[in-house]
Design a protein around this ligand. Structure first.
Ligand code: PHB
Length: 396
């Protein structure tokens, strides 16, 4: 959750600039010698801008907690604002890989942009750590030894909600999402879990990304009168949906559920319109572990913001990179050894300890959360140690 509801383009730009300064991205040119070149390809403008900032902050915090270096090597940052625009994705990734010759490419948020990164790093062999985008193919049909993810697949947090709803006697659900990879895969994941548990998805509604013209769809939902609605939205889109849901008079009439991106990082921006919304996700507020408490304290102290799931995923990207570099004493040219160490890593994350699947995606608990005040409070575990099925992954 951010302290301020900063969702305008100007506010996002300002937040990104502040984050960059705090994180040491700006200022005089960096010395070249011996530094590890880290490419950050993330959205710093648009609907997902705040997510990119949180990931950057989290990554930088992990490095700072390590004394500002990883295995004795300082980091040099190359930053690209990918604008969550898939049409620019391969060009942007190529800038980092070919022009800047980064040692590791960290990114991104949007699944469509991730597909461009995957294409580029599969060709170049550049080490890639994905701190958000859930595109199934990145750790599915297009999995590769140099591709790692510290977040989730789109399927992963949505699938367990199917059983949660069916167990409550909910039988007929309408789904609603943006029509692009992440939304479609999240809905597929939910549908798989829900139908397996006896439920029926009676209608799948879509709108183009990043449109927030929800009104006609909410009218349609009101006329269908389903038992519940399951959605995938995030960032500014989540804020608008929750506000429109209330304005349309659906709140209290038709229960609204989603994967937890719907309500993460946005509670200050929606006022009390989100109160009571339940979601499933691999992080939640109030996880009572020493690791989470320390993380939240340090993050808040450093950035004057409350962390969210995106900050955690960025932080864990730093931890995973640190684990790999430790095994090769900072010699990132020993890629095979480094990858082997990353595959064996146990990440002591604020979300709880997680390990890495054969396809290089986290095996992790999926929490059931409920919005209480300004918190996505954990109220249970929807599914323990859930691995993505990684359909089509043949790691060579
Ligand atoms: C995605 O495009 O994969 C995506 C974007 C934002 C989220 C989650 C997934 O919060």
């Amino acid at each position: 959750m951010s302290k301020k509801p900063a969702f305008g383009r100007r506010e996002f730009l300002r937040a990104a600039a502040v984050a960059a300064c705090v994180a040491g991205l700006s200022g005089p040119a960096f010395a070249q010698g011996g530094k590890i070149k880290v490419g950050l390809m993330l959205p710093y403008t648009g609907t997902y801008a705040q997510l990119g900032v949180a990931i950057t902050n989290g990554f930088k915090l992990a490095v700072a907690e390590n004394g500002g270096q990883l295995s004795g090597r300082e980091l040099e940052y190359f930053v690209v604002d990918d604008e969550s625009d898939p049409s620019k994705a391969t060009d942007n990734a190529n800038k980092l890989v070919t022009r800047d010759k980064v040692d590791v490419l960290i990114g991104t948020v949007h699944s469509g942009v991730e597909m461009g990164i995957v294409k580029v790093v599969r060709e170049s062999g550049t080490l890639h750590i994905n701190p958000n985008a859930g595109a199934g193919a990145a750790t599915g049909a297009l999995c590769a030894p140099n591709i790692f993810r510290t977040s989730f697949t789109n399927w992963q947090p949505a699938y367990p909600m199917g059983k949660v709803l069916a167990d409550r006697g909910i039988k007929k659900v309408v789904t609603l999402t943006w029509k692009y990879g992440a939304g479609e895969e999240a809905i597929e994941g939910f549908k798989e879990g829900f139908t397996k548990a006896g439920g029926t998805v009676v209608k799948e509604l879509f709108l183009p990304f990043p449109s927030v013209d929800f009104q006609p769809l909410l009218t349609e939902i009101a006329s269908i009168k389903p038992d519940a609605v399951f959605v995938f939205f995030a960032g500014g889109g989540g804020v608008k949906l929750i506000k429109d849901w209330q304005a349309a008079g659906l709140r209290g009439k038709i229960p609204l559920y989603g994967s937890g991106f719907l309500t993460d990082g946005i509670l200050d921006a929606v006022g009390n319109a989100a109160e009571g919304i339940e979601t499933t996700l691999h992080y939640g507020d109030g996880i009572e572990t020493p690791k989470n408490k320390t993380f939240r304290l340090n993050y808040a102290k450093t950035y004057k913001l409350q962390p969210d799931v995106y900050a955690v995923q960025g932080y864990d990207a730093g931890l995973l990179l640190a684990a790999g570099l430790k095994a090769v004493k900072g010699d990132i040219s020993k890629k095979k050894e480094m990858i082997a160490a990353m595959e064996k890593a146990k990440i002591d994350s604020p979300r709880g300890v997680w390990t890495i699947s054969k396809a290089h995606n986290p095996i992790q608990d999926i929490y059931l959360r409920k919005v209480v005040g300004k918190e996505n409070r954990v109220i249970g575990i929807a599914q323990k140690a859930l691995a993505d099925p990684a359909r089509g992954c043949k790691m060579n």
